[in-house]
Design a protein around this ligand. Sequence first.
Ligand code: CP
Ligand code: NVA
Length: 307
Amino acid sequence: MTRHFLRDDDLSQAEQSAIIDLAIELKKDRFSVKPLEGPQTVAVIFDKSSTRTRVSFAVGIADLGGVPLIISTASSQLGGKETAADTARVLERQVAAIVWRTYAQAGLEEMAARTTVPVVNALSDDFHPCQLLADLLTIREHRGSLPGQTLTFIGDGASNMAQSYLLAGATAGMHVRVASPEGYAPNQQVVEDAVRRARETAGTVTLYTDPNEAVTGSDVVVTDTWVSMGKEEEKARRLTSLAAYRVDADLMALAKPDAVFMHCLPADRGFEVTEDVIDGPQSIIWDEAENRLHAQKALLVWLLEQA
Ligand code: CP
Ligand code: NVA
């Protein structure tokens, strides 16, 4: 049966763990598996800008023996003249999978509902699940294992990254904390879904408004831009509302002494994180960025096996 990856909890704990195991194997031997040999094509569609996602999918699909077809929505019919459902039905006759970075989660759901090939969310307004597979791989590399680790997100709790940490972290059996100001809390339904998943995995989900309280004793401290793509008009208000949620050395000092700092990038140094933290010894951002490649390759291999 075709499986899609539209949000982090589309995978069970066992499936998530198997994909990360496979990513670790593929990282050791990049060209060992060629499920796209032929070559088959994977469509990678962008409604929003991207560096890491574009490069890692293009390189990863080539590593797997396939051909990446990178489509910018602005130069296609999708988003203008044609629906996601019709686009999906055209693409499925020719490609092995569809990867899509877009705005509304509903568009991804519409596409997945109408196609026989796997659809992958390469970032939506609500979730960034491919980034989370890379982040979990990186945490495993640096901290040994995932269950029981305390991960604290500081900043815009309603952002795609915060919401993906809730779902993916809960799936992994982690203790996920999110600290955000009033008006920037995660979506209530997402929190309920994460809490339900955490009950199955012995993880926990806790929301805070005080960043100091949230970060105390954490293994992993994460943040993200205060102005996500599509929120540019709210920039002035966001910079004011989130000013007390900057990750700086004083905040990091409240986490465990060996805690790591993560950021999906791109970063606004001096806003959500100070330079000394993001470029300092606790930061593992470059491993995190590299791991997009290995994690997404493992995801594609796994999805193609299910089809
Ligand atoms: N982290 C991430 O998804 O980066 P890009 O926007 O550059 O793809
Ligand atoms: N939250 C950010 C992530 C960028 C990779 C955004 O959506 O712009």
